[in-house]
Design a protein around this ligand. Structure first.
Ligand code: FDP
Length: 280
């Protein structure tokens, strides 16, 4: 695992430098989920492929930006599921974006995750790695990631990050989100999954939701590259991650690009989601 964590750090430094230097132009291609690929998406994907494909412990690379899984070596132990540059459409307005990594063994189900990590490229570059604990690092001017401490969620938070187009939300979902606001929760939603979930984690709690809607009944966010890694991180931080019915990490995708509705949060907010969704 150490060589994988070193590769995550190396790729993060290179992607951070690339974001600062390269224009955000479109490539004219779409990825497997139909998103228009930006040059930065493709470059970030290439950087991660370069950093990981020489590692003896890597069996397969599955990228949000590649249609097919890339087989690296039979003797490798881990499958790396990654989103090279999540929220890349926010780069041109200079909001934070991120890279997400799930380290799987023997399959790409939630239960196969051994480690998850993400990098936030914002005013600062930060890295969060979850194994047994959730460790929070910051990239210094010397080019090294320094450990800041461990991240833990409280029982209840104050932030509400509701994803998806409201026009297409089910009525009961709108009532859930409204009831949180009526109880003093504050809206915090940038439209980038990585900074939005990072904020809730760093501030100790709240709810991030991306529900099933009439336009995207299976949700928008992708299990292998986005939803499973954050579910693992939130659970290790003492919170929960559910799809509205059950625990996200119990799901098994039928395809690497499968999506799922998702709710990440501290225990109180998730209990509210469960109560609402059980009744509907
Ligand atoms: P984006 O399409 O910009 O890559 O991964 C998809 C994602 O961003 C997430 O980062 C973000 O949370 C979500 O989509 C935002 O979707 P909505 O605009 O539909 O809320």
């Amino acid at each position: 695992m150490e060589e994988i964590l070193s590769a995550i750090k190396e790729s993060a430094k290179r992607i951070c430098a690339t974001i600062k230097d390269v224009d955000v132009g479109k490539t004219g291609h779409t990825n497997a989920t139909g998103d228009t690929q930006l040059k930065l998406d493709v470059l970030s994907d290439q950087i991660i492929e370069e950093c990981f494909s020489s590692l003896q412990s890597v069996k397969t690379l599955i990228s949000e930006e590649k249609d097919e899984a890339l087989h690296v070596r039979d003797s490798g132990r881990y499958i790396i599921g990654y989103d090279p540059l999540d929220g890349s459409s926010l780069v041109d307005v200079n909001l934070s974006v991120g890279s997400i990594f799930g380290i799987y063994e023997d399959g790409i189900g939630g239960a196969n995750l051994k480690c998850a990590a993400y990098v936030v490229y914002g005013p600062r570059t930060e890295l969060v790695i979850a194994q047994e604990n959730v460790e929070h690092y910051r990239l210094g001017n010397d080019g090294e990631f320094k450990l800041l401490g461990q991240l833990k969620l409280g029982q209840k938070g104050k932030l509400n990050a509701p994803g998806g187009t409201q026009q297409h939300w089910p009525k009961f979902h709108k009532e859930l989100i409204d009831s949180l606001f009526q109880n003093g929760y504050r809206l915090r939603y940038s439209g980038g999954m990585v900074p939005d979930l990072h904020q809730i984690l760093c501030k100790g709690g709240g709810l991030f939701s991306y529900p099933s809607t009439t336009d995207v009944p299976k949700g928008k966010l992708r299990l292998v590259f986005e939803v499973f890694p954050f579910a693992f991180i939130y659970e290790k931080a003492g919170g929960q991650a559910i799809d509205g019915r059950g625990r996200i990490l119990d799901l098994i995708p039928t395809h690497p690009h499968d999506t799922s509705p998702c709710f990440f949060g501290s225990n109180y907010e998730i209990s509210q989601v469960i109560k609402t969704y059980e009744r509907n």
